[in-house]
Structures are given as C-alpha cells and as structure tokens.
Design a protein around this ligand. Sequence first.
Ligand code: M6R
Length: 359
Amino acid sequence: DKGTYPFYMLKEVDEQPAVMRKIVQNYLNEDGDPVVDSQLLESIKEADRIYIIGAGTSYHAGLVGAKMFEQLTNIPTEVHISSEFAYEQPIMSKKPFFIFLTQSGETADSREVLVNVKKQGWPSLTITNVPKSTLSREADYTMLLHAGPEIAVASTKAYTAQVAVEAVLAKAIGEYLKHPRAAEFDLKHQLGLVAVGMQALVDSKEKLESVASRYLSKPRNAFYIGRGTDWSVALESALKLKEISYVQAEGFASGELKHGTIALIESQTPVIGIITQDRTAGLTRSNLQEVISRGASVITIVTKHLAQTDDTIVLPDVDPLLTPLLSVVPAQLLAYYTSLGKGLDVDKPRNLAKSVTVQ
Ligand code: M6R
C-alpha cells in the first residue's frame, strides 16, 4: 500500500534511511561486528577471485561493491552484466566465487549464468530482496536485503540495500582474512551516518523538484559524469532518469568526455557532475569547466568536504567507500520529479516490467 504517497517510487526513496537501520540490525552485532554465515565466509576465503553478476541497477550496485571487496579483503573482484557473461564467459581464475545481485531473484539473464556456474561446480551466493526466489534457492548461500517489497519498476531502495549488504559482506570477509583495513572500517557507525544523511537528502525534496523542473524538464538528453565510484553512480543515475522520464541520459567517466562525447554538448545540455572522491575531485571539476565553456547547464552533487559555494547539492561526509549510498539519492529524486513534471506514470514506465523473466 502506498499510503498517502502519489507513487511507490517516492515512498521507496523515503524508506531508505529505515532500510539502512534494518541492515544494521540484521547484520551487525552490538560491537559492530558482522553476523554472516561462517560457512559462507569459509567458502569465499578459498576463492582467488570474486565474480559479481547482475543486470541493470543490480549490475551498477555490483560496480560499487567490487571496490569494497578489493579494498577490504584484497581479493580481486570482477563485475559482469549477466546477459553478457552467460554467453561470453571470460578465461576464469582457478577458484572463482560468484555473487549474484538481484532484487527480484528471478531475472532470467542472471538465472542463466547461475545454471552454468553450477554445472561447472563453482560456489555461489545470491544477495536478493526476495526469500525463496529462484536465484536464492539455486545458489549455495543467500543474504537478504531486508528492504521490504519494492513495487516501482525503477529500483531505488534495493540498490542502496545491495550496496550496504555488500559492505557488510566485504567487512566480514576482510575480518575473517585479518585484513587490517576491514577491522578499521567502522561500518555500524558509518551506516548510522548514512541513514542520517539520507534523511537530510530526502527532506530536501523541494529543492530537487525545482532543480528538476529548471534543468531537466525540457532537454531531450542529459549526462551524468564522475570518476571511479562516482562513475558507477553516474551510470545508475542515468538509468534512473532515462527509464522513468524518457530523457536520453548517459553516465560517463568524466575523463572520457573529451574523447568524443563532448561533441554532443550544446547550449543548455544538462551535465550532472558527481564528486565524492578526494583523488579525482579536481579532475572532474576541470571536466565540468570544459562543458560549461561549451554552454552546458551544470548541476553538481558533491560531498561536503569537497564542496564549493556554488555547488547544487551537498552530501554529508561519510567513508569514501559508502558515498554512493548518498550521491544516488538526489539522482533518484531528480529522475522522479522529472517524470512527475511530465505527467508520466512514474511507477510503470512504458515498455518495462518489474522483473525481467525472459532473456
Ligand atoms: O531483480 P533484479 O535486480 O535482478 O533486476 C535487474 C534489472 O532488471 C533492474 O535492476 C532494472 O534495471 C530496474 N528497472 C532499474 O531501475
């Protein structure tokens, strides 16, 4: 039931702070240590490489998670689109471990990969929102998202829940392997900060609604840019905007713009820059200057300690591994208000189904 909300999507965006708290309750004990199946940890400990598989938003959550696994566990991690991996399996490491990310647990492309993975005898975990879903039943292990039912076709709280659960698992494996960075990573405290930060962002709806109406209501195309983790969020942000508002949106690695795509920038083309990482902030800022000088309308989503006076949306500071949990929220709301402003059916965009059960 969507209660007083006009659309499920808005309700689900608003639920994200509560989902973060629920993940803390379910997966972190009093001392902040992860509570994760020890057999699962033992199985991943044996692995020489983690393969994350997903489609759409779940693939984007995988991109963010891969950095956490590499930094907190030191296990090399690759992320693959399920429909590609199913038919173009790369040369594999000797001891792969597979993580399937899927809100519904029913996505046909991901199921196809799991069937092949099982034939080859490799271990697997499904991270899903739906207990007893097909991918949950067929994998060796399951971790639930605890996000509650997600009804809107555009995935929002499942994405942030996937990122948070990946953080739990990365910390758990890292601690199991005695990797120093994992012990230092105070995830319980950080997810608390994230929940508070998300609340502040969902409370700034009016501002986001006016930014959407001013910059995104008319143009036919838009670009999200960022580097590293911010690029991963740019991909997800662009997917949100295109699927519900029908603006042709693309997520780009900021450094790639000048290698071709910058040719598309015209007067008032919206370019949204995501800046949350110290190492790349200055570089993305110069890439934004390049598009400003070609007439683009620039919107910035910037983490507090990197913010400048004219930035559009400022995010509270959290651990650099977790900034996607905050930077994605304004992007979700910009997509929502752009769709709403056009009078579209936000929850049921044309041509799309909530769960894609064909290949
Ligand atoms: O249920 P899944 O997470 O496996 O679904 C994967 C994609 O179909 C899904 O994320 C899709 O891209 C969403 N509509 C994005 O908002």
